[in-house]
Design a protein around this ligand. Structure first.
Ligand code: 5GP
Ligand code: ZN
Length: 137
């Protein structure tokens, strides 16, 4: 399940070299070439899935367990103060490479990285009712 036109398939399977932090049969974890902060890493499955809609549940679950292991180790290596796990699905959500990946973004006090700092709106009664109703239909 590889896509020969996909750059992350090539990186994950070692056809293109990368700064690899971890590798096993199913995943490779690499440093991002355009890091949001020092130590920004990506978890890549070796098989091709375009996004979270596409990936099978077992691989998705393994990716999250791997994220836990990696950030638990990396927080001591990097000396960071927090972590954001970011996973974009679709261009509208900022996805630019259409091979499922999870961003592990270390955070440092005052780094100004601009992640998880969206302007909070207010939940309207209309949205609340509509969404809950449609989900149950
Ligand atoms: P997305 O925007 O799709 O969620 O994230 C894609 C990420 O992949 C970006 O953070 C970008 O810097 C990173 N990236 C794109 N091409 C390469 C590459 O060839 N090597 C590495 N290591 N990272 C890449
Ligand atoms: Zn791919």
């Amino acid at each position: 399940m590889k896509d020969e036109n996909c750059i992350f398939c090539k990186i994950a399977n070692g056809e293109i070299p990368s700064a690899t932090l971890y590798e096993d049969e199913e995943f490779r974890v690499i440093l991002d070439l355009g890091p949001a902060t020092r130590g920004h890493a990506l978890i890549l499955p070796k098989n091709h899935f375009s996004d979270l809609y596409d990936i099978d549940e077992e691989t998705a679950a393994k990716a999250m367990v791997l994220a836990k292991k990696m950030i638990t180790k990396l927080k001591d290596v990097l000396g960071c103060d927090g972590y954001n796990i970011v996973q974009n699905n679709g261009a509208a959500a900022g996805q630019t490479v259409f091979h499922f990946h999870m961003h592990l973004i270390p955070r440092y006090e005052g780094d100004g990285a601009g992640i998880a700092s969206w302007k909070q709106g207010e939940l309207s009664e209309k949205d609340k009712e509509e969404i809950l109703k449609k989900l149950k239909d």
